[in-house]
Design a protein around this ligand. Structure first.
Ligand SMILES: Nc1ncnc2c1ncn2[C@@H]1O[C@H](COP(=O)(O)OP(=O)(O)OP(=O)(O)O)[C@@H](O)[C@H]1O
Ligand SMILES: [Mg+2]
Length: 335
């Protein structure tokens, strides 16, 4: 599979499995989506894939391509946001010799090089109006003219477009062409954010842990149930990319066989601590932890998955006086 997307297979990526076979997710929403994508893959229709950043839009496009009759041909991903308007035509459509200063020889563009295969127009919502006008003609006519030539070259290409923008809203605001929107919005796939498919989180974590231990000879670590519970209630604004990066960062340290809350990165530990802040019986939990730790503050902090600083802050907040035989859990409601 050819891939022209910037950063799509960045050097230094420690994960081994990329592509269509690694679309993890067994939640009902993902199962339904995979069924829809398999149906769509059988057709030649243009596809519009939407979803927040990191939800797997590019992976979904690869999945569709890999399950289509074009699977043996190229899959070319064009990052529409990364190509300046001045270069767009020659990059996408190619040029003939002498078409402009510096065009020393004839060149095929990315579209012609993907002939027979699938083109992903990635970040389509970030394309300028001028570029949209140029791409509209190609999507509609399935034909390109190289810069400097009037002769149309027919294309046998399946177009897939992806964006994390709301294109309907953009058409109303005049920043996205309505005619292009309706040409792209034929088959529609919307990838839900990870927070709406939290059941998939344990599977994704296991998948990435396995991937990171593959060929290392070390055993695959697991997440404690408590840790998983918290990770499943976190919002994951960066979606699967954030989860993947978090897992990779964990492996930079020596990991225990059971990954616990204290092994998580700081921002997640803070998230968990702050959630604990919201729970009403927090004072009771604090007294309980102090009592069972025989007032050893470090141990109590560990039990609560707080830092020592947080523990001291809470002790002050709840005016817990310190070691005292009266501070028993039985008396906690009267303190
Ligand atoms: N269902 C999934 N199973 C396993 N890995 C996934 C899944 N979905 C996404 N990923 C991984 O998450 C990362 C982000 O996916 P991808 O690049 O496809 O997201 P995107 O929606 O295109 O993001 P952006 O809008 O930022 O470009 C990739 O490393 C991809 O392999
Ligand atoms: Mg993408």
């Amino acid at each position: 599979m050819q891939n022209a997307c910037s950063g799509a297979s960045a050097a230094g990526d420690r994960f081994s499995s990329q592509g269509s076979d690694s679309m993890i997710g067994d939640s009902s929403i993902m199962r339904e989506l995979k069924q829809d994508m398999l149906q769509i893959a059988k057709s030649q229709s243009t596809v519009l894939i939407t979803g927040e950043t990191g939800t797997g839009k590019e992976l979904a496009a690869e999945f569709i391509h890999a399950n289509s009759s074009r699977r043996k041909q190229a899959f070319v991903c064009i990052n529409c946001a990364a190509i300046p308007d001045t270069l767009l035509e020659s990059e996408l459509f190619g040029h003939v010799k002498g078409a402009f200063t510096g065009a020393d020889e004839y060149r095929d563009g990315l579209l012609v090089s993907a002939n027979g295969g699938t083109i992903l127009l990635d970040e389509i919502g970030d394309m300028s109006l001028c570029a949209q006008a140029k791409i509209l003609r190609v999507v509609e006519k399935k034909e390109v003219c190289r810069v400097g030539s009037n002769r149309g070259v027919p294309l046998d290409i399946r177009f897939v477009a992806a964006t994390n923008h709301d294109l309907e809203a953009m058409t109303n605001g005049g920043t996205f062409r309505k005619d292009l929107f309706y040409r792209l919005n034929v088959a529609r796939i919307h990838l839900p954010p990870l927070r709406e498919r939290a059941e998939d989180i344990p599977f994704l974590l296991r998948h990435y842990c396995r991937d990171l231990t593959r060929n290392t000879g070390s055993s695959v670590p697991e997440f404690s149930d408590e840790c998983l519970r918290h990770l499943q209630s976190y919002g994951w604004p960066g979606n699967i990319r954030e989860l993947k990066n978090m897992t990779e960062a964990l492996f930079l340290k020596d990991l225990p066989r059971k990954i616990a809350i204290e092994d998580l990165p700081r921002h997640l530990r803070l998230f968990i601590e702050n959630r604990a802040d919201l729970s009403l019986p927090e004072r009771e939990a604090l007294v309980e932890a102090l009592f069972s730790a025989k007032w050893n503050k470090s141990e109590a902090a560990k039990k609560l998955h707080w830092s020592r600083m947080t523990l001291y802050r809470k002790i002050a907040k709840y005016r817990i006086a310190g070691e005292s035989p009266t501070h028993t859990p039985l008396q906690k409601n009267h303190m």
